[in-house]
Design a protein around this ligand. Structure first.
Ligand SMILES: C[S@@+](CC[C@H](N)C(=O)[O-])C[C@H]1O[C@@H](n2cnc3c(N)ncnc32)[C@H](O)[C@@H]1O
Length: 210
């Protein structure tokens, strides 16, 4: 997916991926993974309310998002006025407990993620077509600190059911993407998830442990 694709989605308000609530798989499964106080990296974060929940639970949040309006909307909706500074190729938006970098995930380097302990991927890996997905995982593994672990939410649906995004990702793909560096544990599925009002789609949740 090229940058323009996502900018157009935000401009035209085609943001069906954005939830008006906190993701139930996050609230169910995150706390055993990381203690409050630690920093959670949220790749391709949009203006997800999951970040608000993480902050409320006492976590620090570090996000990266391409689209400037998405970031500005996040802060405006939370009644926060962030400080904004240029940091390398990114605009860094900061408010207590949270930093959102506006820019390209693929330009992030390990130095930006130094304090990260855990990452939370909902609608990031599944937002990308197969070749970009491979590059995404490769880059993520390159920039994450050695000790970090993660919670990943994917979707799965029958072949040819939907052209994506979101793209269907099998458990086998998750295993082959991450199992060289992590123990991958399938935690649960949320089969009540609907795409386009249809329920042939299931969400899956994985814990990735070093
Ligand atoms: C499907 S949305 C998911 C947003 C968020 N994770 C959520 O759960 O609502 C994917 C987001 O990734 C952003 N994005 C796409 N490519 C990106 C890139 N290369 N770097 C940073 N953000 C990107 C898009 O602008 C979009 O907001």
């Amino acid at each position: 997916m090229e940058h323009e694709f996502w900018h157009e989605r935000w401009k035209n308000r085609e943001i069906g991926f954005h939830r008006n609530d906190v993701h139930p798989l996050l609230t169910q499964h995150f706390k055993p993974i990381a203690k409050p106080g630690v920093t959670v990296f949220v790749p391709l974060c949009g203006k997800s309310l999951d970040m608000k929940w993480l902050l409320e639970q006492g976590y620090q949040v570090l996000g990266i998002e391409l689209n400037q309006s998405a970031i500005e909307e996040y802060f405006a909706e939370q009644n926060l006025t962030p400080s904004v500074h240029q940091e390398g190729p990114f605009q860094a938006y900061r408010a207590p407990g949270i930093t959102l970098y506006q820019g390209d995930f693929f330009e992030l380097t390990a130095k930006y993620l130094q304090g990260v302990n855990v990452w939370y991927d909902r609608a990031a890996m599944v937002a990308l077509p197969p070749t970009m997905r491979t590059a995404y995982v490769e880059h993520l593994l390159k920039i994450l600190p050695q000790h970090s672990h993660g919670l990943l939410v994917t979707v799965e649906y029958p072949e040819n059911y939907w052209k994506g995004p979101p793209f269907s990702i099998s458990e086998q793909e998750v295993m082959s993407a991450y199992s060289s560096m992590f123990t991958v544990e399938a935690l649960c599925t949320n089969s009540g998830f609907t795409l386009n009002g249809d329920s042939q789609v299931s969400e899956y949740c994985y814990r990735l442990k070093r």
